[in-house]
Structure formats: structure tokens, C-alpha cells
Design a protein around this ligand. Sequence first.
Ligand code: SF4
Ligand code: SF4
Length: 503
Amino acid sequence: MPKGNIMKIFRISGGIHPKGNKELSAEKAIEPVPMPSVLRIPLQQHIGAPAVPIVAKGDVVKKGQLLAIARGAVSAPVHAPTSGRIVAIGRFVAPHASGLPGATITMRPDRRDEWGERLPALDPATAEPSALAERVGSCGIVGMGGATFPSAVKLNLRSRHALHTLVINAAECEPYLTCDDRLMRERTDDVFDGIRIMAKALGVAKVLIAIEGNKPEALAALTGAARATGDKSVAVVKVPTRYPMGSEKHLVQTLTGLETPARALTADIGIVVHNVATAYAVYKAVRLGEPLISRIVTVSGKAMVRTGNFEVLIGTPIHHLISHCGGHVEEPARLLLGGPMMGQPISSTRASIVKGSNGVLALAESEVPSGKTMPCIRCTACVVACPCGLAPFDMAQRIRNDELDGAVKIGLLDCLSCGSCAWVCPSHVPLVQYFNYAKGKLTAEQRAKHKQEETKRLSQFRDMRMDKLKKAKQEAMAKMMAEREAKKKAELAEAADEAKVTE
Ligand code: SF4
Ligand code: SF4
């Protein structure tokens, strides 16, 4: 069995080895999920500005039809996952830990699943790189590993960066998740095709597909696909099973030895990273003209009656997926959207599966780390585990003391919120909660500052405009008075002339 290219890889510091629990779903083939009675499609499923609806309540739409357009440079459009009628456009519970509602299009499927007009297939061999990126953008593709950054923006990075390598993140390092593994095993050729299309769009000479060693079948499948094409620019690389191997910067360092400077992009060192499920979506967009309207989701955890990997329409309510899997064996101790390390608690199962949802986990009590929070004993286990070389206990201490600037000084903004530090902490200090709270507070402060500056700028602009108007008015008045005066003088002169003639 091919085992991936023998390529030198580089050791990175930190990281942990949590129990993978992938056996709960890894051998379950991808299954479709029956059509739900309602689909709720959030307009904000990506990083950037929310999409803007172009349909109205009552409209009848076809599968794949554009429902909302991208707004601004960083955004993504949203398409109808099936045919049916738009029944509401308004705020609905969003798939976010806050449980706060977000703008959502609700549609009722007509169960005919009829496609509307599809975009024509593009031939990647002849299409311009910009046309490929444009297609990816118009099909609403975003990073499907959970980051949800609009993929077209990343594919266009060649205009501003000297790129040489595309890294495909197929590590799937989060415990429990197996959706990428199944995708690579079951749809190998399409995934591989999508990867080569992205390489063409980026204009890179080298592609590295990184797969963790705990997925031997996926490694074999993609290695076989690479060999079959004879494409020497693509290497399938087995990387160590270590969390968080899927973090962009760490994956790049493992594969190339190159370090991405703090707060810089991997593109700054010539490398772009895309998730493997994104490559599959790119294949569908370019070869079939299909927008991103479904994705593969792992359902797992010991509180689930049935686990597996499912092809789910975007907008499917989470409760529909859970009941399709037979519901729960016991009340879940934790219900998560995503993996156990970086996933978000599900505040309501009425929220939907969105483009970035790679897993729904219902964890039983026995699967959840337990233990009372105790004072920090300064054991430094968190420092050893941190892949970013930070001192988590020190950052947490500063945040507790409300010294956010101090926490920023020692690297808070470089923290990935990966949870490795909290996972090893013998005192069960909720380190990531501290970091997320602090980052949230800093973002809110920044937003408030930005708003204040914007208000000041607008008010200065208004004052300037008023001054200008006032000045223009004064000048117009002065001009009018001068003209009147001149006219009056002319009339007087004319009258005087006439009087002279009469004499
Ligand atoms: S691992 Fe926990 S107890 Fe040890 S130093 Fe870090 S925060 Fe403190
Ligand atoms: S959550 Fe942040 S501080 Fe903790 S290990 Fe991950 S990167 Fe380091």
C-alpha cells in the first residue's frame, strides 16, 4: 500500500495527543440525509461582511439559485440548497455559542429538488487563473475546515504575493472528526482534481497534501491519485498525529521548516493553505458549475444512538440531523458544533448546519474531562504543551488581574485558542475561556474605538461641509449684491446719459 511520499518533515514544539475517538465514525461511509421540512440559511456563514438577500418572502426558487450576494471584498454569496419557496427573511438563532440571532433566509423545500440554471463547466487547462478564482467566489466557497475565510480571496493572493507552494490541510487533527478522511477515501479523484485546480489558480509550482498518519486509507488513496496523474509537482505527505497539526502556521512549519512571523500570513512566505474539503467544493464549482450548498458532517460521541458521516444540505436544522441518527442514548454532557477542542457549544439545535460545520458531537459524561478548578501550581505543563511558545498561566493571571495590555504584550494575540494548555492543566484552570474572553473584550474595545473615530471623522466631515456651504452661500450673496450694485450703477449712469441727451 502506498504510504505517502518520504519527505523530510520538521519537528514543531508543543502540541498534545488527545484520544482520537475516530473509530466511532471512521468506517462509516458518507450517507445522504433526508430532506428536512425547512431550511434556515444564515447570511453570515463566513468571515467578512454578511451576504445581502436578493429574494423576497414568497419567491419560488430553484436549487443552486443565488439567494444573497456577497457584500464587499471579503464576503461570500449564499445559494438555495434545493428548490422551494422562501417563507421568511429575518433574524433566527445562529449556529454560534452566543445563541444570538442572525439574519437568515428560511425556505420550505418543495421536495422536487429541481436545479435552476447552472454555470457552465470550466476547463481548468484553458481557463485563466482569475476566471477560476472568480468561479470559486461566485459559488460561495469558503474555508471548510472551520475557518470560513472566503476561498476566492485566498486564491487571488498571487496578485500581491510571490507564491510558490499550496499546502492542502488534510490533517483533520481534531478528535472525533472523520468527514475529511471519508471524503478523501470515497471521492479521491474529485478531491485531487480540486487540488490541482487550486494550484493552477494560485500559479504555484508545488503542492503538499498533509495527512496525519492515523488515516492510512486516505494517504493511500491520494498517493495513488498523485501517482496515476504522474504529476511530480504534487506530494502527499504523512504528518505526525499530533494536535493541533491542522493549525496553518504549524502545518507549514512541519512541512517546510519555514516559520511564519507573528501576525503575518503564510502567503508572506510564499505559501497558501487550503482545506481538503474546500478542494472538493472547488472541483464541483469548476467542473460542474455547482455552488456550495451541502457539506460532509461527522456526527459522533457516545451520547449519540448512531454515529457516521453525512452529506448535509446547508441550512439543515441540527435537530433534524440528530433525529436522523436516532437521537441521544443519554442527555449529552456537551453538545458541540465542530470538534471537542475548538468546537462551539450548541446553544439551540434549531440552529443550522452551515458551510463551516464539520461535526456535531454529543459527548457523554464519560467523555468530558472532569475536575474542579484549583489554583495554578505553576507546574508549567501548559507552557510545554503550547504550540505557539506562549506562557498560558502567565497570560491567564494577567487577564484575571484585568491587565489585558500585559497579556497582549506576552502574546495573547498569537494564541490560537487551540485548548492544548487547558487539556494538560492538572488544576483544570479554564485557560481558553480566559483567552477567549480577553480576545472578545479587545475586539469589542477596538470596535468601539473604531466607531468613535468614525463618528468623529463623520462629524468633522459634516462641519467641513457646513463651513463650505456657508462660505459658498456667503460668496453667492456677495456676488449677487455686487451684481445688484453694478446693475444699479449702470442704470443710474444710463439715466444720467439720457438726461444729458434731453438737455
Ligand atoms: S498547567 Fe495549569 S497549573 Fe500548571 S502552570 Fe499551567 S495553568 Fe498552572
Ligand atoms: S490555547 Fe493558546 S495559549 Fe493555550 S496552548 Fe493553544 S495557543 Fe497556546
